[in-house]
Design a protein around this ligand. Structure first.
Ligand SMILES: [Fe+2]
Ligand SMILES: [Fe+2]
Length: 183
């Protein structure tokens, strides 16, 4: 599957601009990590771009509905397994490979970083620093829906201090700021 095909699938199944941007954000973070780790940036990026494509249309059956469609399209099994592993509670598939672990680690944090951007007067990610993200994580009332424990577990899953993980994600999201609607 090419990126254009994946993007078309996302557009077909996800009318919500914010969910589209979430997938684009996870995509750019996974591409960055793949490059950093000497992995395949196209494979990792596609996984991020696709991981929630069925959520809006099939919230009850997410991600199983999407996995079935991806399988029927002969998408790389590594992508399908990673999509399963980002929702272990539903699929019983635990994140194991580096791709699976990084998907989980980036998933929750992209939304949190976007929430930090939205409370900036400039509404620009270019003004957001690592320390402001870390500070907001320590305020339980801020973006309360984001599971702090999950964020810490994610960083542990990829074997990085949270500060470093946030720095890498911020850098990736800043480079794609316009596409993410965060410029
Ligand atoms: Fe999901
Ligand atoms: Fe997600």
């Amino acid at each position: 599957m090419t990126r254009d095909q994946a993007l078309a699938l996302v557009h077909e199944h996800t009318p919500s601009p914010s969910l589209r941007r979430h997938m684009l954000a996870v995509e750019c973070c996974l591409r960055k990590y793949a490059i950093l780790l000497g992995e395949d940036p196209d494979l990792w990026g596609l996984t991020g771009l696709l991981h929630d494509f069925d959520y809006e249309g099939h919230p009850e059956d997410h991600p199983l509905w999407g996995m079935r469609l991806l399988e029927s399209m002969s998408v790389d099994p590594a992508i399908v397994r990673a999509v399963a592993a980002h929702y272990e509670e539903k699929t019983g598939v635990a994140p194991e490979s580096p791709l699976e672990r990084h998907l989980v680690a980036c998933d929750e944090l992209t939304g949190f970083i976007a929430a930090v951007v939205y409370v900036r007067p400039s509404k620009s990610i270019l003004d957001v620093e690592v320390k402001s993200v870390l500070k907001k994580l320590k305020e339980p009332s801020f973006a309360a829906a984001v599971d702090r424990e999950g964020v810490h577990r994610g960083a542990a899953l990829i074997g990085r201090p949270l500060e470093e993980h946030v720095a890498i994600m911020l850098e990736a999201m800043k480079a794609s700021a316009a596409d993410l609607g965060l410029a």
